[in-house]
Design a protein around this ligand. Structure first.
Ligand SMILES: Cc1cc2nc3c(=O)[nH]c(=O)nc-3n(C[C@H](O)[C@H](O)[C@H](O)COP(=O)(O)OP(=O)(O)OC[C@H]3O[C@@H](n4cnc5c(N)ncnc54)[C@H](O)[C@@H]3O)c2cc1C
Length: 293
């Protein structure tokens, strides 16, 4: 089923997994999915690794999640390091395997590179990939958006113009970059509406797993760490277990506020670890997403 149809019927809870580096890691990812399945997610997505190393497993896990776990899926696809023909081939395989949803992304520069440079004959932007998908396939298509602006954007207005272009090119809905201060999300949604963007904007939430991890991720994607969270990250800088428990409480409060304010759904960045998202969903006890053993 296309995810936009799910969004019309309910407020989906979704999980994002990442493919392992080697085939040996596939069972652990599927195990994490199995552990989180008891909260009845509406769909799961699988990231598409930069640099080529993990791409094959993205397709495999996406297909397995749909066939074996019986969950609706969304495959991530980026423009990194592949020609249009190669990307077309990935889309054909996903289509043939029964995958109905794709999130079209440009992707980050491969490790060790600071600037995204499209390969000769590749797509320079997510919008180009989106146009190609819409012209050649019947996938439901999502795209990324950035409540605090994308790191390469000149300013928030220019950023919003390109987000709008993604919707004009056919993105059915948007999923946000992680943020730790809900005000950025609410402000973004308001600006997007004022700019005529009328598709669902699903917040992406990454529970803190350790201080180092959050500092690294937020540096990379340019998301702000609010001062109250910053103090807690300092406090638990050398204590990952307490940082993770604090992260569960922080994300519970964050999602509760988002949910109460009527967000169209919540997308959890799981990072293949089920513990935090399970505790958060236990705490929230959202209708239709209580643990089912
Ligand atoms: C929900 C989500 C999932 C993600 N999943 C993955 C993943 O699986 N694999 C991965 O490698 N990365 C992933 N990313 C990271 C993403 O690839 C990076 O943030 C990347 O730097 C930008 O991707 P984009 O699709 O937003 O690119 P684009 O939309 O191409 O934007 C990149 C920059 O170019 C500007 N821009 C956009 N369109 C145009 C245009 N037509 N002309 C000129 N400038 C333009 C934008 O303002 C922005 O500054 C994900 C991000 C999110 C939010």
């Amino acid at each position: 089923m296309k995810i936009i149809e799910i969004l019309k019927k309910t407020r989906p809870i979704s999980y994002e997994f990442s493919p392992p580096r080697t085939a040996d890691g596939i069972p652990a990812v599927l195990e994490a999915l199995d552990e989180l399945k008891v909260y009845r997610p509406d769909f799961v997505s699988v990231t598409y690794g930069a640099g080529g190393s993990t791409r094959a497993f993205t397709e495999e896990i996406t297909v397995q999640a749909k066939k074996v776990a019986g969950v609706e899926v969304m495959a991530h696809l980026t423009c990194v390091g592949q020609t249009k023909e190669e990307i077309h081939g990935v889309l054909e395989r996903l289509d043939a395997a029964g995958v109905e949803n794709v999130i079209a992304l440009r992707g980050d520069p491969p490790r060790g590179e600071t600037e995204f440079v499209p390969v000769a004959g590749g797509f320079p932007h997510a919008t180009d990939l989106l146009s190609h998908i819409k012209a050649n396939f019947k996938f439901g298509v999502a795209a990324a958006c950035y409540p605090e602006g994308h790191t390469e954007s000149v300013d928030l207005d220019a950023d919003l113009d390109y987000i709008k272009l993604k919707v004009e090119k056919g993105a059915d809905f948007l999923v946000t970059q992680l943020f730790y201060d809900n005000r950025y999300y609410f402000d973004f949604v308001e600006r997007a509406k004022a700019a005529g963007i009328d598709v669902p904007i699903v917040p992406g939430v990454l529970p803190v797993l350790s201080s180092a991890q959050v500092r690294r991720f937020t540096t990379l994607c340019g998301s702000t760490i609010p001062s109250d969270l910053g103090k807690l990250l300092d406090k638990y800088a050398d204590d990952d277990s307490s940082a993770r428990d604090m992260g569960v409480e922080y994300a519970t409060a964050q999602v509760r506020e988002l949910w109460d304010q009527g967000v169209p759904g919540v997308h959890f960045y799981v990072l293949n670890r089920s513990y935090s998202v399970s505790r958060i969903l236990d705490n929230l006890a959202l209708p239709g997403h209580q643990r089912e053993d």
